[in-house]
Design a protein around this ligand. Structure first.
Ligand SMILES: Cc1cc2nc3c(=O)[nH]c(=O)nc-3n(C[C@H](O)[C@H](O)[C@H](O)COP(=O)(O)OP(=O)(O)OC[C@H]3O[C@@H](n4cnc5c(N)ncnc54)[C@H](O)[C@@H]3O)c2cc1C
Length: 290
């Protein structure tokens, strides 16, 4: 994993580390091409790509050496038709919430962000890249089996989001939704309205002749990173929704999740929240598949 992504953001802000810069002599550049942006990034340690800045600027001046602003790279558009949609990395969360071309589940998850101020700044690229401890939209994107288009070593490449999250390399250009026909449900839990979510759980499936295929169960907030439950998917695969029991699904997912506690909830509470999400989502799937 590259150096920039080793920074850890918690509910208290960026975790203090000796090598973080204090914002003194901060350099700022705004390249006009992807190649230029990458060159600048590689030219010096401590340079970070800047999108909406909600993470980089959180709690005082950015503790980085230089900022490479992505604003001139023309990455903010959402294009495409209903069968394949391309969301530019610099599209804001508010733009996603307002865009009628996007699947409703994705729009709804974007609308749940803390406040309009944050939605107007935070970008989808920053959401995928930043190591924020919980995400409203990442589980939903995973449930849609989206791909990441990124720029690295002078060229563009495409990789499934879930694979990309393991390596997090390059500059994200876009999120590609190629499976807009998927059935996606999600649930989100908040302690207070103006707060980050505690847990977000999403389920995405394809229903062919009444049978479930390509299931994805993705959970954010249980630990610091997105969890995708392979065992949960195995329980669903090949069955009709009415054949799936909640007990079997819950047991499979819970065995893969080891929640960590925080100031808002203990691991046990998080487990119960995930359980209630799975129950509600399965009921919705069974209604859809009936
Ligand atoms: C006060 C507050 C409230 C929040 N509330 C919520 C909430 O309710 N729900 C929720 O899900 N999230 C919430 N978040 C987290 C939010 O999702 C992220 O802060 C945001 O999406 C990051 O996007 P950004 O454009 O601001 O990223 P930035 O701060 O600009 O960048 C974050 C990281 O990503 C890198 N980066 C950015 N764009 C790219 C790119 N295209 N390619 C490669 N690297 C890139 C940067 O170098 C940096 O390391 C909140 C954050 C804050 C500060």
């Amino acid at each position: 994993m590259s150096d920039e992504y080793s920074i850890v953001w918690t509910e208290l802000g960026i975790e203090p580390r000796a090598e973080l810069f204090e914002g003194k002599d901060l350099n700022y550049v705004a390249p006009t091409t992807l190649a230029e942006a990458e060159q600048l990034k590689q030219s010096a340690k401590g340079y970070h790509y800047l999108a909406g800045g909600t993470i980089l600027n959180w709690k005082g001046s950015p503790r980085v050496k230089g900022l490479i602003d992505l604003k001139h790279l023309q990455l903010e558009k959402i294009t495409g038709i209903s069968t394949e949609i391309r969301i530019g990395a610099m599209a804001t969360i508010q733009y996603l919430a307002d865009c009628p071309a996007l699947p409703q589940a994705l729009r709804n998850s974007a609308k749940l962000f803390t406040s309009k101020n944050i939605r107007n700044m935070a970008t989808i690229g920053g959401t995928a890249t930043g190591n924020f401890f919980v995400s409203d939209v990442l589980p939903v994107l995973a449930a849609f089996q989206v791909d990441i288009e990124y720029f690295q070593d002078g060229r563009k490449a495409v990789m499934p989001l879930v694979t990309w999250l393991r390596h997090k390399s390059g500059l994200i250009c876009a999120i590609l939704i190629k499976h807009t026909h998927r059935t996606v449900f999600f649930r989100q839990e908040k302690i207070a309205q103006m707060d980050f979510p505690l847990i977000v759980t999403a389920l995405g499936v394809e229903l062919n002749d009444g049978k479930i295929s390509e299931p994805v169960i993705a959970i954010s907030g249980a630990i610091g990173k997105l969890i995708v439950s392979e065992s949960g998917a195995a329980v669903l695969s090949g069955k009709s929704p009415s054949e799936v029991t909640f007990e079997e699904l819950n047991a499979a997912v819970q065995q893969e999740v080891e929640p960590t506690g925080n100031v808002k909830a203990t691991p046990r509470v998080k487990r119960r929240v995930i359980e209630s999400h799975l129950k509600a989502i399965l009921a919705e799937l069974q209604k859809e598949g009936a």
